[in-house]
Each structure stands twice: as C-alpha cells, then as structure tokens.
Design a protein. Structure first.
Length: 245
C-alpha cells in the first residue's frame, strides 16, 4: 500500500505537510476531503478529527510538524536545529492558528463563498455555487472550533502582530531563517501565510482565485503591512514549491 495524505484543499497546515512530502519526493496519494465530511473518513484513523493525516504502511501520522519530522532530512538535507523547531512551533501558533480564526471570522457570513472554498475541485470566479448543506451547523461548529469571539479575536490579533513583526525583522535581515538554506521555518511561514500572500504556485491558489474575498478581509490584509513578507513567500513558492500532484 502506498501512503495517503488526507487534506482539505484550502488547509494551510495540510499545505505545510504536503510541501514537505513533495520536497522530499515522498510517494503518496493525495486524498482531499470536504470539511465536515472529513469526520467519517478520519474516524477510523485518528481520535482528533483534523487534517493533515498521513496513513502509511507502518502507522498513521497526524499533524504537519509530525509529518515533516518523517521527511525533514530528505526535504532539507539535514535535521532542523532546536532553534528552528522552536520557531516553527511559534509560527504554527502565532500565525497558523491566528489566521484560521481570522479567515473564518471574515468569511462565515458568506455561505456561497465558503461553499466554493470547500469544493474538492475549484471552479471559476464567475461560477455560482450553493452553500454547503447544513451551513448553519457548519458555521456554528467552525465558530466554536476556531474560537471566533470578540475577545479571542483581540487575543489572536495581538499574537499575529507579535509573530509577524518578529518574522519581518528576521526576513529583512536574511533570506532564510537559518541563514543558509530553505528550511522548516521558511516552509512553515510560507505555507501558513500563503492564504494572505496568494502565491500562484500554491496548490490552493485556484480556490482563493475562485472567490471575491470580502472587502473587510482585503482592508485588514492591507493594514497588516506585511507586503515585504508576502513577497518573500511568493519567492519561496517560485523557487522551492515542487508539486508532485
Ligand atoms: N497543529 C495542527 C493543526 C491542524 C489544523 O488546524 N487543521 C485544520 C485545517 S487547517 C483542521 O483540520 N480543522 C478541522 C477541525 O479541526 O475540525 C497541525 O500542525 O497540523
């Protein structure tokens, strides 16, 4: 049996795992799932029902960092230093988790837009798509899962501001986090912030290009003042995002 990687098409943590596997030339079958419907597929495999999940001959690995652990030497040519691992964990939380909360905060009031982002195959900007079935329930569970409350939005705003300020300083001083070569931190920053930088070489690009994001999201993204970082992310994608599927 070859390995299977379970993902959501627009999931940034899935992209982090998938990019690592592609960089390492690790053979796997891509199994994209529709959020909500993922529950019945993942239930026999894992207790906590989130993606990415890699099912291999020898076991199941869940979570982007654990999946990167499997391939890091092939993907990057060496094991990450403790400093890199620490920074990756920080970026996962300050950027990855915060952006989940913000993204759904901005889009949940637009069921058709969410419907398009949840499709297994992207459509075009001019296509109209029905909201996902039982949308009210889905919206409620996403609100809970990503803690979309005014209080938590303040908390994640601060976390994202702190994290991105630090990243801006780092990337203004050097091209790669470790100073030498494309590594785990660079891949993590690029995949987790891809939804903002919109690199054309990202597998999720056709989904984000299929929707008109709400004005409030666009204004918020601009006011983050992270264009320098977005440009570096687009460079990383151009130079290092080899895609096997
Ligand atoms: N720490 C995990 C986070 C994974 C995660 O948050 N996955 C999201 C998609 S980006 C998910 O599956 N959400 C559905 C859910 O949690 O019910 C990782 O690094 O993989």
């Amino acid at each position: 049996m070859s390995s299977s990687l379970y993902t959501f098409p627009i999931s940034h943590f899935s992209e982090k795992a998938r990019w690592g596997l592609d960089l390492a030339n690790y053979p796997y079958e891509l199994k994209p799932l529709v959020p909500g419907e993922h529950i019945k597929t993942l239930k026999p495999l894992v207790n906590d029902l989130y993606v990415p999940v890699l099912e291999t001959d020898t076991g199941v690995i869940q979570g982007s960092g654990n999946i990167l652990d499997l391939v890091e030497e092939k993907a990057f040519g060496h094991k990450a230093t403790p400093e890199e691992k620490l920074m990756e964990e920080k970026v996962d939380i300050q950027v990855g988790k915060s952006l989940q909360t913000f993204l759904y905060h901005f889009i949940l009031d637009y069921p058709e837009l969410v419907g398009k982002l949840f499709l297994l195959n992207p459509v075009s900007l001019s296509d109209t798509v029905a909201p996902p079935e039982h949308y009210d329930l889905i919206a409620l569970s996403l609100k809970r899962r990503y803690k979309i409350t005014p209080k938590n939005l303040e908390v994640v705003k601060q976390s994202l501001d702190e994290g991105s300020k630090e990243l801006l300083e780092i990337y203004k001083s050097r091209k790669f986090f470790n100073g030498n070569s494309f590594g785990r931190v660079d891949l993590t920053v690029a995949s987790l912030m891809g939804m903002l930088a919109e690199p054309k070489d990202s597998p999720a690009y056709p989904w984000f290009a299929s929707v008109q994001m709400p004005e409030a999201f666009l204004t918020w993204r601009k006011e983050l003042g992270l264009e320098f970082l977005f440009e570096r992310i687009r460079e990383f994608y151009k130079e290092f995002r080899t895609q096997s599927k």
